[in-house]
Design a protein around this ligand. Structure first.
Ligand code: SF4
Length: 298
């Protein structure tokens, strides 16, 4: 039996839906029911009728799905697929920041652990970070764990004081791009679009700064694109816009995003593994912060 037929049969048996992040391997994107960025997938998780959600991505994404749908079974096909950016921040660091900046609300990027989200006032994604922070009445806002995203928000909202927590938090995939890479892309031609997890210097000399979902929306504007984000995004864009050209840096690979293979997906469905389990208290607190984001996004 071919793999797609096996996966379809298992999905039916488990009453499962497969969600895949834009950075997943092409073969995973091809068998997923939905492919998207963190915000799009969170909304899909919340709205699905399926009993089981198989989340092809990294741990914080599957945790977010579990928080939004505590009654559902949420599976992460690879147990140790994690996000080094999310792991920069823990509850203790957030509590210290709150002590140093009394009254400042805490806005956490969706790329944070469930335990950290339980201490957030509101969660954000790269697609809605500016909108979320702008909506808060406070002049000072704690933002974590990505310092580059915090710098992007600061640039867009100069009237507020953004406190990055921790100041060194970054995604190694996006922080890796250099201004030289952008200059080379400029010589090659085409539009330059970068993710807000890239360094501020890259953001300043790009044409557009956008989340991966924003990259999909922007794509119709030009024929040739230089994409400054994880390599998997080029496959996603090429699938959606086969006549356009997308350049991406071959080395821009998130190792954890690439851990999930079709074999892992089949095993996950066959064995009902690896189930996300979180305490009721953490889920309830984190859910408030995520739902507040979804509300602001609407
Ligand atoms: S690309 Fe960066 S932010 Fe995304 S999962 Fe990988 S390490 Fe985390």
């Amino acid at each position: 039996m071919n793999r797609k037929v096996t996966i379809d049969a298992l999905k039916k048996k488990r009453d499962a839906v497969i969600l895949a992040h834009n950075y997943q391997l092409p073969e995973i994107q091809d068998v997923a029911d939905f492919v998207g960025d963190s915000l799009e997938l969170s909304i899909q998780a919340k709205e699905t009728d399926a009993h089981t959600i198989v989340f092809c991505g990294v741990d914080f994404m599957a945790e977010t799905a579990k928080i939004l749908c505590p009654e559902k079974t949420v599976l992460l096909p690879v147990k140790d697929a994690t996000c080094p950016l999310a792991n920069y921040l823990d509850a203790e660091t957030i509590l210290k920041a709150k002590e140093l900046h009394p009254g400042a609300p805490v806005v956490l990027y969706i790329n944070s652990t469930a335990e950290s989200k339980a201490y957030a006032d509101v969660v954000c994604t790269s697609a809605n970070a500016v909108k979320v922070v702008r909506s808060l009445p406070s002049d000072e806002v704690i933002v974590g764990p990505d310092a580059n995203l915090a710098a992007f928000i600061q640039d867009q909202l100069p009237q507020k004081k953004i406190v990055p927590v921790p100041p060194e938090g970054h995604c190694y995939v996006h922080d890796y791009f250099t201004e030289q890479d952008v200059r080379e892309a400029r010589r090659r031609g085409g539009m330059i679009i970068c993710h807000p997890e890239c360094r501020p210097g890259i953001q300043k000399i790009s044409d557009i700064i956008a989340s991966t979902g924003g990259m999909v929306s922007a794509a119709p504007q030009a024929e040739v694109w230089n994409i400054f984000t994880e390599k998997g995004m080029a496959y996603r864009l090429k699938t959606l816009f086969p006549d356009k050209t997308f350049y991406v840096k071959e080395e821009a690979i998130c190792e954890d995003m690439k851990k999930t293979t079709l074999d892992d997906l089949v095993s996950s469905l066959e064995k009902n593994q690896y189930r996300i389990e979180l305490s009721r208290e953490v889920m309830d607190r984190a859910r408030n912060a995520i739902e507040r984001m979804i509300e602001i996004g609407r």
